[in-house]
Write a protein that binds this ligand. Structure first.
Ligand code: SAM
Length: 457
């Protein structure tokens, strides 16, 4: 596949663009592999099954791998020990850490969240008392977002499925909004030749219009002095610096400067009119794909939204249910409710936020703990992956081959296991549930998540 001539023409004069170097690196076909560790689940990267790793310079838990492993056949991926993420997009960490050094108790919105790269990263960058709302407008893409966030294992998490404009109907204002905008995708040319095929000047224009629409819709939901972080994987100025100019012209906003280590080779750019700052990552200058990021601080006054009367009130779990659930969860899980017939555990801040988000479609909130059948809990898969699961729950530790059998939802024979519910673990991390009965054990791994790839492929 050839780099589109119209693209090369459009790039002339773009800050940091070096046509010959760019074309050489793209034509080399080199593929960069990188992952980001879930350090709250696995603090020591030496526990990973990837022995050869080098650090991604701008991300504390990012690692390059020398080649592409068969991720699907690594049980640690399914346990949420790491996320496979393109290295340049981990630059988000610099914006969060540099702009928000003290960051307790915040409300963060990841507006364009699927499949969950930025959301899982944000979850790791903020303490547990920060509530993250991860939204995805396209319904079919919410499933993968949900899967990745459940694996990440946090409780102060809400997943919504809404158009950006719906957020202005809710009461909630956010401290931080991340808009990782849908874009023309030229930043992915090297790894996805289809992106080259689909690229056109018309697509860039269409994306630029859509980006402006998304920003217009969500800007009123940002608190005064709050931060909006905007990013794309496009090289086109219409989607990057021109958007910076457009934000600075239309809203009361200031642009943010980030400190760069010169060895990173990230290019700081100025927007042509307002001289707002942006950051460009090019594959011929560093180990990663194309990425652009700019951050804006909101000035002026945000109109306080009048509190609506028709706020959703969650149904509280009964005293008995709360008492019975205690043996399953750690004490930090403070609030227990019933949502769609399932018991859900949350941090204290989440229920209030659900009221504030009322008109939105809330797909999940907190950790789904399970369903009660009388006094018996049928534990949900989310609980197996949750960092709030009690350490006292009985466990069955599996090795590589049997862990893969479990993840394929095959029957597994366990010689000595406690009857009843057991958490299946691999390297100490939860993979899912198994119910041990007198003559057999039942594998409760979700059918729709089971792995189909056979070993040795
Ligand atoms: N943040 C994600 C991550 O790091 O894994 C990637 C997000 S991707 C660049 C952009 C997302 O925006 C897609 O999931 C897409 O479905 C969504 N999207 C598409 N059109 C949109 C719109 N009009 N408003 C908001 N989001 C939109």
């Amino acid at each position: 596949m050839k780099i589109p001539a119209a693209f090369i023409k459009q790039m002339a004069g773009t800050p940091g663009w070096k046509e010959a170097d760019f074309c050489t690196i793209l034509e080399s076909g080199e593929q960069v592999q990188s992952i980001r560790l879930n350090s709250r689940k696995m603090s020591d990267p030496d526990q990973l099954n990837f022995k050869e790793r080098t650090a991604v310079p701008w991300a504390s838990t990012g690692f390059y791998l020398p080649e592409r492993p068969k991720y699907t056949l690594d049980p640690l991926l399914h346990a949420g020990a790491y996320y496979v993420q393109e290295a340049s997009s981990m630059f988000l960490e610099q914006a969060i850490n540099q702009l928000l050094p003290g960051k307790n108790g915040l409300r963060v919105l990841d507006l364009c969240a699927a499949p969950g790269g930025k959301s899982t990263h944000l979850r790791s960058l903020f303490p547990d008392d920060t509530v993250l709302v991860s939204n995805e407008v396209i319904k079919s893409r919410v499933t993968i977002l949900e899967e990745n966030l459940l694996k990440w294992g946090n409780s102060n998490q809400i997943i919504t499925n809404n158009d950006p404009r719906d957020f202005s109907k809710a009461d909630l204002l956010f401290d931080i909004i991340v808009v990782d905008a849908p874009c023309s995708g030229s930043g992915l040319f090297r790894r996805d030749p289809k992106a080259m095929e689909e690229w056109s000047e018309e697509l860039v224009e269409l994306c630029s219009q859509r980006q402006k629409r998304i920003l217009t819709d969500i800007w009123p939901c940002l608190k005064e002095n709050g931060w909006l972080i905007y990013s794309t994987c496009s090289y086109s100025m219409q989607e990057d610096e021109s958007i910076v100019d457009w934000v600075l012209s239309g809203f009361e906003a200031g642009s943010a400067k980030l400190q760069l280590d010169p060895s990173w080779n990230i290019v700081e750019t100025e927007s042509p009119v307002k001289k707002g700052l942006g950051y460009r990552l090019y594959p011929d200058r560093l180990k990663g794909e194309g990425f652009f990021l700019a951050a804006f601080k909101k000035g002026g006054e945000t109109e306080k939204k009048p509190s609506r009367k028709n706020r959703v009130k969650l149904e509280k779990a009964t005293k008995q249910q709360v008492e019975d659930i205690r043996e399953w969860v750690q004490p930090e899980l403070a609030a227990f409710y019933m949502l769609n017939g399932m018991m859900v555990g949350m941090g204290e801040q989440v229920p209030e936020l659900i009221g504030d988000l009322s008109p939105l479609y809330i797909r999940r909130a907190g950790v789904t703990l399970g369903k009660w059948a009388g006094k018996q809990l049928l534990p949900d898969h989310a609980l197996a992956l949750s960092m709030n699961l009690s350490a006292a729950i009985s466990r069955i530790e599996l090795q590589d081959t049997s862990a893969l059998q479990y993840l394929r939802k095959e029957e597994i024979h366990i010689d000595s296991a406690k009857p009843g519910w057991n958490l299946v673990t691999y390297k100490g991390l939860g993979l899912g549930w198994m119910k041990v009965l007198p003559n057999r054990s039942n594998n409760y791994y979700p059918k729709e998540w089971r792995i189909l790839m056979q070993s040795g492929r």
